[in-house]
Write a protein that binds this ligand. Structure first.
Ligand SMILES: Cc1ncc(COP(=O)(O)O)c(C=O)c1O
Length: 388
């Protein structure tokens, strides 16, 4: 790769049997509701060590069906994090439930259990933690709070395939309904797609019906016994998913390698570990802790307080490097300000992170030379010496 080639933010790696399996689907003529779909679901469930998994057209669709499984609706409040992709709270609005935000832990950036507990009240029907950036939410504490109140938990594991929680169990495989997502920048992709891990066989059957316009498996064509949607994943997408799963360990390991290389280079610049350092420091993402394991989804650093983050992004762009402000707080979007009256200052930890956050190019196999170039340019822009 030449030194001046553009470095993208993300890139899928489709180097396994994707083409072969997609061709198999094309030649079979069964592009949707064919045999690849259950094959993909079985392979995913096996990989996660859960009883069943229901493939759908997106992570958002998986979240929506999970909200329906939990029965959250009008009059219900669900406590969740504002530091997430907007779909993790929009899924509540789809069913007229109300997201109630609380602040996040300053190191892990996942929902702060104490803040979550303080945000619960008589209308609270559940908790919706997000394993943001592939870091595990504090599930032990979250589940304790839910159990004490007799309310449900929905895990947004869209960014967390391969994430391990503090008790050594995988995110999304704990018996709570959980949603995974397979957009092209995720740990594995189907182009677009998602997976619902239901909490039991009854809910798996309901989700399979709801993703397919409310049809029951034994019903005649065009007979419907419940409200449903078109949340189907095609067999072409399922074929890509099977091939990606076959190489998941390799893909995850390659992501970890890139993250480790970034960590080393940035530490040489004087970047501080998450939770340490001064406001004037560049801060690294949190590292593994006890049994907690991050599954690397994105590489997001915190710029020094006061740095012109958008200016840095513009500079990187002019030097051929894609970077993004990742991610904005949900409660500060125009939609939520208008709907819920949320405003700046409500969740200072999430807001401060969000202002300083910068996602750097990150994908399996990102070459060392590109990592060096990104870090070198960032150092130059921030006025630091990357060689000292
Ligand atoms: C935390 C989180 N939740 C939900 C989603 C929604 O997934 P999808 O884009 O597949 O609908 C995403 C997608 O990036 C996400 O990051």
């Amino acid at each position: 790769m030449s030194g001046s080639e553009r470095i993208p933010l993300a890139r899928p790696v489709l180097a396994g049997r994707e083409e072969e399996l997609v061709l198999e689907v094309l030649r079979s003529g069964m592009l949707s509701l064919g045999p690849m779909l259950p094959r993909f679901e079985r392979a995913f469930a096996e990989r996660l060590g859960v009883g069943d998994a229901v493939a759908v057209s997106s992570g958002t669709a998986a979240l929506h069906l999970a909200v329906r499984e939990l029965g959250w609706g009008a009059g219900d409040e669900v406590v969740t994090t504002p530091l997430s992709f907007i779909a993790s709270s929009n899924c509540l609005l789809f069913e007229d439930a109300l997201p109630v935000f609380c602040d996040v832990d300053p190191v892990t950036l996942t929902i702060d259990p104490a803040a979550a507990e303080a945000a619960t009240g008589s209308a609270t029907a559940g908790l919706l933690p997000v394993h943001i950036f592939g870091w595990p939410a504090a599930m032990g504490r979250i589940e304790e709070i839910a159990e004490a109140r007799g309310i449900g938990v929905l895990e947004d594991a869209a960014q967390a395939l391969g994430t391990v929680c503090d008790d050594g169990r995988q995110a999304g495989a704990r018996g709570n309904p959980a949603a995974f997502a397979f957009y092209a920048n995720k740990q594995m992709t189907t182009g677009e797609g998602g997976m619902l891990v239901p909490s039991g066989p009854e809910w798996a059957a309901a989700a399979r019906s709801e993703r397919n316009q409310g049809r029951a498996p034994n019903m005649k064509f065009m007979d419907h016994d419940r409200l449903g949607f078109n949340y189907r994943l095609t067999d072409l997408q399922a074929a890509i998913g099977i091939a990606q799963l076959e190489r998941l360990d390799e893909l995850l390991a390659a992501r970890s390698e890139v993250a480790a290389a970034y960590g080393e280079r940035l530490a040489e610049l004087g970047a501080a570990p998450a939770g340490e350092g001064d406001p004037g420091d560049l801060v690294l993402p949190a590292s593994d802790r006890g049994k907690e394991r991050r599954s690397w989804f994105v590489y997001v650093v915190r710029l020094p307080t006061g740095a012109d983050r958008d200016g840095v992004i513009g500079e990187l762009d002019s030097r051929g490097i894609d970077a993004r402000p990742y991610l904005p707080c949900i409660h500060l979007s125009d939609l939520y300000r208008e709907l819920l009256g949320t405003r700046e200052g409500q969740f200072p930890v999430a807001e401060e992170f969000s202002r300083r956050s910068l996602a750097l190019p990150f994908y399996p196999g990102l070459p060392e030379a590109s990592i060096d170039r990104v870090v070198g340019e960032l150092a130059d822009i921030l006025g630091r010496d990357s060689r000292s």
